[in-house]
Every structure is written in C-alpha cells, then in structure tokens.
Design a protein around this ligand. Structure first.
Ligand code: SF4
Length: 292
C-alpha cells in the first residue's frame, strides 16, 4: 500500500475576519482577546499544542493572528533540506523498484539534498560551510543505514487528520504529517520522525507526545492499525530510538488531546515568560513581558 502525501495541504485554518494581522497581533500583545477577531480554533497540531504549553500568548500570535516574521532560521532550513532529501530518496526508491529499475544511490541522495539546499537560505549564511560539513556526515550516515537494511517505505510526509468531539455540537481536528512510514516484516508499520540537531535519550521516544499523536493518527485516521513501534531518527548521529504505544495508551492520548483543545479554546492567552519560551519567540520585540 502506498500512501499519497498531500504536502501542500495544511490542516484546516482558523477563521479570519480581519486581513490586518498586525493590527490583531497588537491587540493580542496588549492583552486583548484574539476572539475579538477570530473564531475559536477548530484545528490543532502537535506544534500548536507545544507552543501553547510554552506560552499561550505566543500560541495566539502565531496560530490565531498568523503573524509572519522574517527571522532567519538556518537550523530549521537545514532540517527542512534534510527531510526533503530523505523523502525524495525513499520515494524514488519505491517508485524505481516498482518499475524494476535500479534504486537511487548515494550520488542521487546527495543530489536530492543539493536541490533542497539551493532553494533554502543556507547558501547565503555566513557559516554556510559549517552547515555543509554537517550535511556531508549526515548524508553519509543516512546512506549507511539505508544501504545496509532492506525496508519497505510506504509513505513520506503522510498527512492525517483526527476528529475529536469536544461536546455534542463541537468537534475539532488534530492533524499532522508523519515523516516516514515503513512496513515491517510482521505486516504492521513503524512511524519514523527525522530529527536534526542533538540526539536525546531512549526515554524521549517513550514520552514523546508528538509520536503518540502520530500513532493515534495512524490507528484512527489512516486505517493502518496501531503501529508496531514509533521511532525518533537522530539522523546526524545515526541513532534511532524506538518505543511502543498500546491501544490503552493511545485512548488516553485521545482523551488528553480533547482536554488540551478545550483548554486552548477557553484560554485568555496570558503570557508565561521564561528564558526557554522567550529565547525562541518570534514576537519578543512586541511583547512587554519578554524575558531576556
Ligand atoms: S516573548 Fe515570551 S512571554 Fe512574550 S509571547 Fe513570546 S514567549 Fe510569550
């Protein structure tokens, strides 16, 4: 089974009744309610829940006001280029093998990365050479793993959309994109999330809400059943850490998401400044309580 990714389709969108995001953002940054401008959100993602947990006001500015920022993000661009290269590689491998052709080799993998690199901001970065070196060893490691194991990848950047009922009249969606789905010898699937940057412990796969949401989406929205395992692939380190999710655990995750969605919809979006939240916040320049 091959799953079509719909990478260009975003999961829902909050209802906007104003076109001036800046005006709405200033209202929210001054303590006003975003619901003076837009309806309560009816879609969520792991990232949106994570942002809300870090700082509700940051969530409102990003997901409800949808304020665009120009802040350079080389680490994010590097991650995006890596994801694009890996996804091209596994997709090409599947498609070429289906046509009884030679699968892509290391030169193809490098070329896929080059294409993504060229269309990113990375070539213009002052430390572009350092990023290039990181890319070189990352691609070597990825190739080593892929060329030494026989796996069947059935989906890249696979979109899912879960529906959660908050009350008899209200339901919301939780959506996302699963980096990679492999079919295992047992017939079940493995969900893989690629991570660039520092590796974390095996415990991170056990406790990852992101992986739990993907497993729930796999079981309840994609019809692929409960995944046999969920995996964080720290691609710069050649390290994979995996965990399992029971049906009971996924049912609990579903209940937890319902609670989180209710909390966001009822929030006053008060800021919760901290060095962790504000250090990465795109809106610190307009926030009176930003922590240095
Ligand atoms: S600067 Fe800090 S307190 Fe202000 S919105 Fe951003 S994360 Fe929240």
């Amino acid at each position: 089974m091959v799953i079509d990714a719909m990478a260009d389709e975003r999961v829902g969108a909050p209802l906007r009744t104003v076109t001036d995001a800046q005006q709405m953002a200033e209202h929210v940054a001054a303590g006003g309610s975003p619901f003076d401008y837009v309806a309560a959100p009816d879609w969520f993602s792991y990232s949106s829940f994570d942002t809300f947990e870090r700082c509700p006001r940051q969530y409102a500015l990003r997901y409800l006001c949808r304020l665009q920022t120009e802040r350079p993000r080389p680490a994010a661009d590097f991650g995006s280029a890596a994801h694009a290269a890996f996804q091209s590689f596994t997709r090409q491998r599947r498609e070429r093998l289906a046509r009884a052709e030679q699968p892509p080799d290391k030169a193809d993998l490098d070329r896929y990365f080059e294409l993504a690199w060229a269309s990113s901001s990375l070539p213009g970065e002052v430390d572009a050479e350092a990023w290039r070196e990181r890319a070189g060893s990352m691609l070597d490691r990825f190739w080593e793993t892929e060329s030494s194991t026989a796996v069947e990848t059935i989906g890249e950047e696979t979109r899912f959309r879960l529906r959660l009922k908050l009350d008899p009249n209200t339901s919301v969606a939780v959506g996302g994109f699963i980096d990679r789905i492999d079919r295992l010898p047992s017939g079940a699937v493995e969900l893989i999330d690629y991570k660039t940057g520092a590796a974390s412990s095996a415990q991170s796969a056990e406790s990852s809400l992101q992986l739990s949401i993907y497993a729930l989406g796999c079981r309840d929205a994609l019809g692929l059943g409960r995944p046999e395992r969920v995996t964080l692939d720290f691609v710069e380190h050649g390290l994979r850490v995996s965990a399992e999710r029971s049906d009971g655990a996924l049912d609990n995750v579903s209940d937890g998401l319902t609670l989180r969605a209710r909390e966001v919809r009822g929030s006053g979006f008060a800021p919760t400044p901290s060095s962790r939240a504000c250090g990465w916040c795109d809106f610190s320049a307009m926030c009176a309580v930003a922590e240095a």
